[in-house]
Design a protein around this ligand. Structure first.
Ligand code: SF4
Length: 209
């Protein structure tokens, strides 16, 4: 089977398993997803959601974050780790949203990656989930599963993204990456993948090579 043929089989099975796969960060406004994704670096989505439940009540707008007191914001997001850098990026990012984008989150990759703390991964999350522009989001799960499935030999996220872009149709990209996160958490653990119980094992290169 070619990589593409295996991809379509795997996607069919993932669709059956995780038909509701979606972003696991809680948000109600575009800038909230942007900030949650910044906070999610080196942190779990579950922890971020606990922190943002209070945070988004205290800071309700882009302006609130842009005018936040640095030390206070550090304290508010402390439990997500790397909080000094994250607080600095959040304030800078929101100031730029106001100064250059009319207080709105921009909807292109090129513009998003000019914001403090925003790389291709964060931009991809926002594009896919806020603007419905399907994007490949290469987090730790997507990277690991794409390699085990034999869709890439690379570990650098950008190279993994380029390899997946050759086989994953544009319309599937965001959902496929969400499904990889769900499957990575449920079955394809980083240390102990449960291959014998995995619905994908017939088409996953880890088992068929
Ligand atoms: S067969 Fe194993 S390695 Fe492949 S996706 Fe399933 S659990 Fe992961």
């Amino acid at each position: 089977m070619t990589k593409k043929e295996r991809y379509f089989k795997i996607k069919e099975l993932l669709d059956a398993e995780y038909s509701e796969a979606e972003c696991t960060l809680d948000y109600t406004k575009p800038h909230e997803l942007l900030i949650s994704t910044i906070l999610a670096a080196q942190c779990t989505d579950a922890r971020v959601n606990i922190v943002t439940k209070t945070l988004y009540n205290k800071y309700r707008t882009v302006e609130d974050f842009a005018n936040a007191n640095y030390d206070e914001l550090c304290n508010d997001i402390k439990s997500t780790g790397f909080f000094r850098n994250k607080a600095k990026n959040i304030i800078e990012c929101c100031r730029k949203l106001i100064d250059e984008f009319g207080g709105e989150v921009p909807d292109t990759l090129e513009e998003l990656v000019t914001l403090a703390g925003v790389g291709r991964k964060t931009a991809g999350v926002v594009l896919g989930d806020v603007f419905d522009k399907p994007s490949l989001v290469i987090d730790t799960h997507a990277k690991r599963l794409a390699k085990r499935m034999g869709f890439t030999k690379n570990t650098d996220p950008y190279r993994v993204e380029l390899d997946l872009a050759k086989i994953v149709p544009v319309k599937d990209r965001s959902v496929f990456c969400h499904q990889l996160v769900y499957h990575g958490r449920a079955v394809c653990d980083s240390r102990k993948p449960l291959c014998e119980k995995c619905v994908l094992n017939e088409y996953c290169l880890k088992n068929i090579k």
